[in-house]
Design a protein around this ligand. Structure first.
Ligand code: UDP
Length: 456
């Protein structure tokens, strides 16, 4: 449905972390491709990292740390508080500026970490849409806590009877904030619960997932859980090769030399390479990194490893010694890598974007979840969608032997055929969800159709 609301103007407000900017930018691009005017708001520190089509405007709003962003803040709490104060003020100023520019803003769509944006939109009488960047399942856990149906810390007995639409779960499958006393008071959980308190005040509650992926849960909770799935928010080209142009999210907060990665991958046989990445935020211990390094070396499989920071000298020595077998980089364009014919397996921390990317590109996964929603995503990858395996921990880490076992299982073992065929199935379902007339595409059309028209 092209050009249906050319004069509608949606302001998309992003949180400046890679895993948050990506889905929001993709949402902005999907709206824009359907003829909606879109302005993206981001912080001054990240604005230069954004490269989108010139028909999407990018404007700054302040988090109070304009020179260095999050890294300048003394604590996460201080950062969030500062963002709330400076962000509310500068977002209001931006809306005033845009409203005076001829095409007033008719909807503010904001990242769920920025719940204060709701108040700003309402202050102008503008409809608001929140974008949840976790799976619907994970959000439903937080929702149940917010409603008092689950209490913290969640105990095994409470989980004995699974919620309708969910498999039987163990404590280790829950988002870490819910079961771990040491982190459940974290600023993140407070932030999550805060946004859920005002969920019903939003005109739309979007989730970066798709109907088919979490159908039972969504059906079971439909009456009280007002979520609309519009994902996966993965650049369209990777879902449907006929769609030219949309080949990246449009933001990279770190520099990379992807040509080097692609050239290296070109020299490897079909589906032979293990791609390893733990995302943008997880801090992996040196002991764990060493086990990964030894596990990869012992597997004799070529590997491409994104390791943002190798500091420990023992590790550097180890990396030197395994250098021949693999390519180690500090960042890459993950989508281009996952889409390469040589990649046969993705060792992932199971961040929600990485999970959706692996699934949408049909790449079998080895799960090494660290914290936050990652354990739940790993449970679904391994036991619900069955597109990978989860590495077991021993003494808090995944040993080299366990990693080796998982790599063999996914790449050549007895279950590799089943896993590969499930991966192809989910790839196709993801493609269909966002193709014209697919479940997610239709919901975006419905959203656009309901946007208040602007005077021309
Ligand atoms: N990513 C990337 N290059 C890398 C590693 C990650 O472009 O070398 C992207 C990846 O494609 C994903 C995002 O960074 O879209 C990470 O988001 P995710 O939710 O997987 O994890 P987080 O970083 O939030 O823990």
């Amino acid at each position: 449905m092209q050009n249906q609301r050319v004069h509608a103007h949606v302001l998309v407000v992003t949180y400046p972390a890679q895993g948050h900017i990506n889905p929001l930018l993709q949402f902005a691009k999907r709206l824009n491709l359907k003829g909606v005017k879109v302005t993206v708001a981001t912080t001054p520190y990240t604005i230069d990292s954004i490269r989108v089509n010139s028909s999407i405007a990018v404007e700054p709003i302040s988090d109070g740390f304009d020179q260095g962003g999050f890294n300048q803040a003394p604590t996460l709490e201080a950062y969030l508080e500062s963002f709330k104060t400076a962000g509310s003020k500068t977002l209001a100023e931006l809306i005033m500026k845009l409203n005076n520019s001829g095409t007033p803003v008719c909807c503010v769509a904001y990242d769920s970490l920025l719940s204060w944006a709701l108040g700003v939109a309402k202050g102008f009488g503008i409809p608001a849409a929140i974008m949840l960047t976790n799976s619907a399942t994970v959000c439903s856990f937080y929702w149940q806590i917010n409603r008092g149906c689950l209490t913290l810390p969640v105990e095994q007995e409470t989980l004995a009877a699974p919620t309708t639409g969910l498999p039987s779960l163990d404590i280790s499958d829950l988002p870490s904030f819910l079961a771990d006393q040491s982190t459940n008071q974290s600023a993140y959980l407070a932030l999550i619960l805060d946004k859920l308190g005002t969920l019903h005040e939003n005109d739309w509650v979007f989730c970066n997932s798709f109907e088919e992926l979490e159908s039972e849960l969504l059906e079971a909770l439909a009456a009280e859980w007002p979520v609309v799935t519009i994902g996966p928010m993965v650049p369209s080209f990777y879902l449907d090769r006929r769609i030219e142009g949309d080949t990246s999210y449009g933001a990279s907060l770190w520099n990379h030399d992807n040509d080097q990665c692609l050239k290296w991958l070109d020299s490897k046989p079909l589906k032979s390479v293990v791609y390893v990445s733990f995302g943008s935020m997880a801090c992996i211990s040196t002991d764990q990194l060493q086990e990964v390094a030894w596990g990869l070396k012992a597997s004799n499989m070529p590997f491409l490893w994104v390791a943002k920071e190798f500091k420990d000298h023992r590790l550097l020595e180890l990396i030197d010694s395994i250098g021949e077998a693999g390519l180690i980089v500090t960042w890459c364009d993950q989508l281009e890598v996952l889409a390469h014919r040589a990649v046969g397996c993705f060792v992932t921390h199971c961040g929600w974007n990485s999970t959706l990317e692996g699934l949408s590109l049909g790449v079998p996964m080895v799960c090494m979840p660290q914290w936050s929603d990652q354990p739940t995503n790993a449970k679904f990858i391994a036991d619900v969608w069955k597109v990978g395996v989860r590495a077991k921990r021993d003494g808090g880490i995944v040993t080299r032997e366990e990693l080796g076992k998982c790599l063999t299982e996914v790449m050549t073992g007895e279950r590799s055929g089943e896993i590969t065929s499930n991966a192809s199935k989910w790839r196709e379902l993801a493609r269909r969800a966002v193709s014209v007339g697919g479940s997610s595409d239709k919901k975006i059309d419905e959203f656009i159709a309901k946007l208040p028209p602007n005077p021309q």
